[in-house]
Ligand binder design. Sequence first.
Ligand SMILES: Nc1ncnc2c1ncn2[C@@H]1O[C@H](COP(=O)(O)OP(=O)(O)OP(=O)(O)O)[C@@H](O)[C@H]1O
Ligand SMILES: [Mg+2]
Length: 259
Amino acid sequence: MNDPTTGESPVLELRDVEVAFTSGAGAKRRTVRAMNGVSLSVAPGETLGLVGESGSGKTTTAAVALGLRRPDRGEVRLLGAPFPRSRRATAGSLQAVLQHPHWSLNPRRRVGESVREPLTVVRAGLSRSEQRQRVQRMLEQVGLNPALAERYPHELSGGQRQRVSVARALITEPRFIVFDEAVSALDVAVQMQILALIRDLQLEHRFGALFISHDLGAVHRVADRVAVLYRGDLVETAATDDFFRTPTHPYSQKLLETL
Ligand SMILES: Nc1ncnc2c1ncn2[C@@H]1O[C@H](COP(=O)(O)OP(=O)(O)OP(=O)(O)O)[C@@H](O)[C@H]1O
Ligand SMILES: [Mg+2]
């Protein structure tokens, strides 16, 4: 479906997506339905907040949205084309920022190199000095002194490291970014800064975002719409203001009471 206001197709569209995990063997064999017919979409420039308790299927949804996991049933469209497609076709257009920067930053590599690395895959035509210039600019855009490019991750604060992860995600000018608990490990004050940064960068770069968090306060700040997962079911999707004012599903009401 195209956005009626702009005619642009969604960056992500899931229709009736089902994912089940089977573990164990024999009598201990168990099946968990992590996604139970989930339908959602993210428009260019939009942030969809995805909330739900631990184990509700948020990270599974992220994996499907990034094309890392093929659903058992249902349809996935990334950037207007059906999944699966080659890694090459989507390289650079999809990025992820995860909870712990050490999942994306190599501890033995200077942070400038980590930020540059996605460029070497996607824009192989750029010279090394052009790549370095882009890294410097990107570090400035996420509010870091470009001199930090020469440092190693352990020499940075948690907030600085997460800014580096954001720079690394943005360097390829992606159209869609998944943030999975991207600010959850940070102090509240630092969280606020990173959330404001994400908002600013989105205005400028117009990427669509799936912002996953169990923290409703963070979602309130950053999301345009909110989707609520409950044990693999998407029980409510609403504009952020409406959701926080008048949640309709009983589970959403319960979630908001705990805030
Ligand atoms: N690789 C796997 N093998 C077996 N079960 C899995 C696997 N990954 C996830 N699950 C199960 O699927 C369900 C959804 O997990 P998922 O990681 O998507 O939840 P989540 O909402 O991200 O939780 P959290 O808030 O704790 O990160 C859980 O019951 C989990 O145990
Ligand atoms: Mg998770």
